[in-house]
Design a protein around this ligand. Structure first.
Ligand SMILES: Nc1ncnc2c1ncn2[C@@H]1O[C@H](COP(=O)(O)OP(=O)(O)OP(=O)(O)O)[C@@H](O)[C@H]1O
Ligand SMILES: [Mg+2]
Length: 355
């Protein structure tokens, strides 16, 4: 049977602050959301991308699959952070088959880890900026095996079968591509989660610069905890405009703005780095997602500081979401945080980044 449950793949996003899962039906009529669930994680479970409490993560994976009633055992998962390196490199012109054989040798000089310690993947870039005749540009993706294996084992121990290992930034891009038209020029996709910001600059619909930076929602929570001497839960509520009686909105606003300022400086730094290698390219638009995009007016703040229009992503824009089955208010409130899991849930074996 072609469409047995064996062929189905669910997206599973193991984020620093939550486990998210999504199952989508893909047909000639388009994509439809079948199941969706989120289980929050306490901040000490995954710290700076490191899984500190594997048992809790496994239990939360089982819980989200049970709660969302996801039948598929096959999953697409993703990794992010320090263990992921994406670089544009120039190699001698050759066929994809030959590059497949020589990519590790080519990659060696660009990766700060031992080549034996990473899984390497690539995509040949059709439109090249710095390649001379006889050369071609390639987007190189290297992920530490240690990290990949840790995730694979954990997911297997939770009773699932990881069939696609992706990178957060590319899963986010996959969700973006389904929902938005490719516009000529450059777009920066920025996913700001709890612990990591993923920046992916796309030129004419092709990813050319990817960087993960260790900043995110936890910085806001920590700053609020320190400034107002409140616990984690209270600080998390304060980010969502639920303030304790004795604390003024203005004082909270200034702490939040100071963190947003630090984050925007990191974005600017990456943009400068990108522009250094592509001086003629303008970044026309920023598309913001992840939990931090829900901070009040952060889009305006980014727009003002970067001088570029900022739009919030809606990964369900072109996906049918049955109003009888899902709480639409909840789905709307969580949408920008769901981009990675939707991008993963859209993956099928044989796709560009699946092996
Ligand atoms: N409505 C909201 N307003 C402000 N901040 C929010 C809101 N909802 C979530 N957040 C913050 O967003 C972060 C979680 O976002 P997200 O789910 O995208 O992260 P994650 O995927 O778990 O983490 P990461 O991608 O870094 O691994 C948390 O820091 C949380 O406090
Ligand atoms: Mg995330």
């Amino acid at each position: 049977m072609l469409f047995s449950s064996k062929n189905k793949i669910a997206g599973l996003d193991i984020g620093a602050s939550s486990i998210k899962a999504a199952e989508l039906n893909l047909s000639s009529k388009g994509a439809e959301l079948k199941s969706f669930g989120v289980v929050p994680l306490q901040p000490e479970v995954i710290v700076d991308g490191a899984i500190m409490d594997a048992e809790v993560v496994k239990e939360s994976i089982r819980q989200v699959f049970k709660e969302a009633r996801i039948s598929s055992k096959n999953v697409a998962i993703s990794v992010s952070g320090h263990s992921v390196i994406v670089k544009k490199i120039v190699v001698p012109e050759m066929t994809p088959q030959d590059l497949e054989k020589s990519i590790e040798t080519e990659a060696q000089q660009y990766i700060p880890f031992d080549i034996g310690d990473v899984n390497v993947d690539f995509q040949i870039l059709e439109r090249s900026q710095s390649a001379q005749p006889g050369e071609m540009e390639v987007l190189l993706v290297a992920v530490k095996k240690e990290k990949v294996n840790e995730h694979i084992n954990l997911v297997r121990e939770a009773g699932l079968n990881p069939v696609i290992i992706d990178v957060d930034a590319f899963a986010f891009e996959n969700a973006f591509e389904l929902n938005y038209e490719v516009e000529p020029g450059s777009v920066a996709l920025i996913d700001i989660g709890a612990s990591t910001m993923k920046i992916n600059i796309m030129q004419d619909g092709v990813s050319t610069f990817v960087r993960d930076i260790s900043v995110g929602g936890n910085q806001y929570t920590e700053a609020l905890q320190k400034e107002f001497n409140v616990n984690y839960e209270t600080a998390e509520k304060m980010k969502r405009n639920q303030l304790p009686d004795n604390i003024s909105p203005d004082s909270v606003f200034s702490v939040i703005n100071a963190v947003s300022e630090d984050i925007v400086v990191e974005v600017q730094r990456s943009f400068d780095f990108f522009r250094a290698s592509a001086p003629d390219v303008n970044i026309n638009k920023v598309v913001l997602g992840g939990g931090c995009s829900l901070i009040e007016n952060i889009d305006k703040f980014f727009e003002e500081k970067l001088g570029i229009p900022v739009e919030k992503i809606n990964p369900f824009r072109n996906i049918k979401v049955n109003q009888k089955k899902f709480d639409m208010e909840y789905m709307e409130s969580i949408a920008p945080r769901a981009s990675v899991v939707v991008g993963l849930g859209l993956r099928r074996v044989g796709d560009k980044w699946s092996k």
